[in-house]
Design a protein around this ligand. Sequence first.
Ligand code: HAM
Length: 435
Amino acid sequence: MSGEENNLESRVQVLKGVKDILPDESFRWLELENTLHRVMACYGYSPVYLPIIEQTRLFSRGVGEATDIVEKQMYTFIDRGGRSISLRPEATASLVRAYVENGLCKTESLVKFYYYGPMFRNERPQAGRAREFHQIGVEVIGSLSPFVDVEVIVLSKKLLDEFGLGTDAVIKINSLGSQEDKAAYSNILKKQLETLKSKLCDTCKERLDKNVLRILDCKDPNCKKLVSDLAKPCDSLSKESQDHFEEVKRGLDNLGIKYVVDPYLVRGLDYYTMTTFEITHPNLGSQDAIGAGGRYNNLVGELGGPQKGAVGFALGVERIILASKNVVDNKAKYDVYVSYLGDEAKRKAFKITQELRNIGVSVFFEFEDRAFKKQFAQANKLGVKYVVTIGEEEIKEGVYSLKDMTSGNQEKVDFNSLVKNVWRILKQSAQNGRI
Ligand code: HAM
């Protein structure tokens, strides 16, 4: 084995399904985050920062013991104190825990929260599916009103619009009904499927006993065909659940939000009741859900709080990035390039660079000594608006050469007019939303 191969083998690499976010993408991430905060402020939602590790039983109780997430996908370990801890696979359960634990259920009649952060699921990685991924999430707790369902769906669409993905996104909605409706429907479906058990795929045979609703969104064509002839969740909705769903649809119609009703839409988390929704995007491959959510009217109660209506959703950040095809803004941008020749000029150039940065101007400074020609070529490549030059002549005269790269005009200026000119750039940048 050559020395290089040996080195390659011993080099520590990033884990499978986990990714570094470098500047070819990181500016897009930042832009998404900035947009998120702006939109949320407009809708009156407050940011929350939640722990990444939780007690494992939060998720087995909250998300559901018989879900794929809890059964197969959690990163769970025993810590030094012998406690079972899990990296969060999602944040709704954490948020509800925080809501109950911090007594917000007693002091606030309604909370509207949002979060942005990493989640962890040990799934087989593929395009759009990672082991560490990020979600933008929104949760409203404290209301049973169907108007909240509508607001939350509209908000998910608004975010996708702002990210440039709203036009092609498809919103699918369904209602699973109350906990009682869900239980009644599960019994009916189970009875109907028991006679057909031999025809189900192996996974669905197991689901029949553990979590029969999950059979509805099995991708196996045989299972799909089988369930298409059977009862649907909407057949078991109580009058109250039906009215709620009708009001949600009316609300969306009223606002001109397009959606399709998918009567087989059940989600992989057990806490959903009543409205559920999923948003798909055609730019994604087989993992085409860019976001999903719904009501979870029983979760607060299940995690030790009072009975409270709640609804929310999460968008997958990696999938948003993947679906955004025409994004170009992926480099740090500079307004000014400070060029120099000689040691004394370099020190002066470095000082003026810091002074300009102190007043908020973004400045590129080349650390390595280069010929002026090379520096100007670099400035051109970076697309800066101004180049400040300090050479022997400028040092002697105690001035700076300032070149406007758009007009090509060059003039010698003293420190004050340099700052005045640069202030003008600063103002323009502010108008363009850069600062
Ligand atoms: P979820 O459907 O499990 O829901 O995830 C929401 C979104 O996260 C998905 O639509 C997808 O965009 C993204 N996502 C999920 N798993 C992965 C993965 N392995 N790799 C990349 N992206 C992924 C929830 O997590 C619920 N907590 C949403 C919610 C909030 N419901 C009510 N409130």
